[in-house]
Design a protein around this ligand. Sequence first.
Ligand code: KIV
Ligand code: NA
Length: 266
Amino acid sequence: ASRITTRTVVEMKHRAEKISMLTAYDYTMAKIVDQAGIEIILVGDSASNVMAGHETTLPITLDQMIYHTLCVVRGAERSLVVADLPFMSYQVTDTGALKSAGRMMKEAGAHAVKLEGGAYIASTIKKIVDAGIPVMGHLGLTPQSIYKFGTYKVRATEEEEARQLLDDARKLEEAGCFAVVLEKIPYKLAEQVTAELSVPTIGIGAGNACDGQVLVTHDMLGLNKDFSPRFLRRYADLHTVMTDAFHKYKSDVKKGLFPDTKEQYE
Ligand code: KIV
Ligand code: NA
């Protein structure tokens, strides 16, 4: 099957075909996600939490995101690889944003970049798109703004923030975004945004009307026991699978049952 492109996913919206997206931060995981036929692999700055163990997405650097992305690109034969631009790699100046996006394409081989924010970042996004780099937007509970929000609660439940979000979504489409992530907003607002835009919406905690869905792979695989928001469906319990394997291995080592005679050399 041929490579998924930004155009493919826009066409999927118009065919009313749902879009699946999952995160990956390394070659091995990317290869599994790719071969499962997931259309978009997001190298999320959630790597800051999932890979590095930081409490927020703020500390991860552009160099670290480039490393994760080039690992993922090597594992992805068919999926569209979208890489997050990390906190403060695109907000200071348009020149800085273009340089960051350019490095993500040239050094990491990403197929597109994702930036958080609405109207205030739209002119920056337009410049990146004009330079030939596809951009995915991200609205709602944007984790790089967690210290501004002060809470991980659902966003845009009030009229004014909802109106602002709808306007932000329109501005992102005008700026040339090929898709927009909607994170943790009321499902009716996500439905409205999805109907307004001609480019796809990809939801996480944004209900079933979105054109696609995204989850953090480590969360949906049940690797993390400490994170259980309502929107997270666990498709596996890998925490238990792995813990059982580690216990069995330890026990075999302690009892002298590993390795056996077939697992050694003459
Ligand atoms: O970093 C990430 O994993 C994301 C998704 C949750 C949309 O931005
Ligand atoms: Na992110």
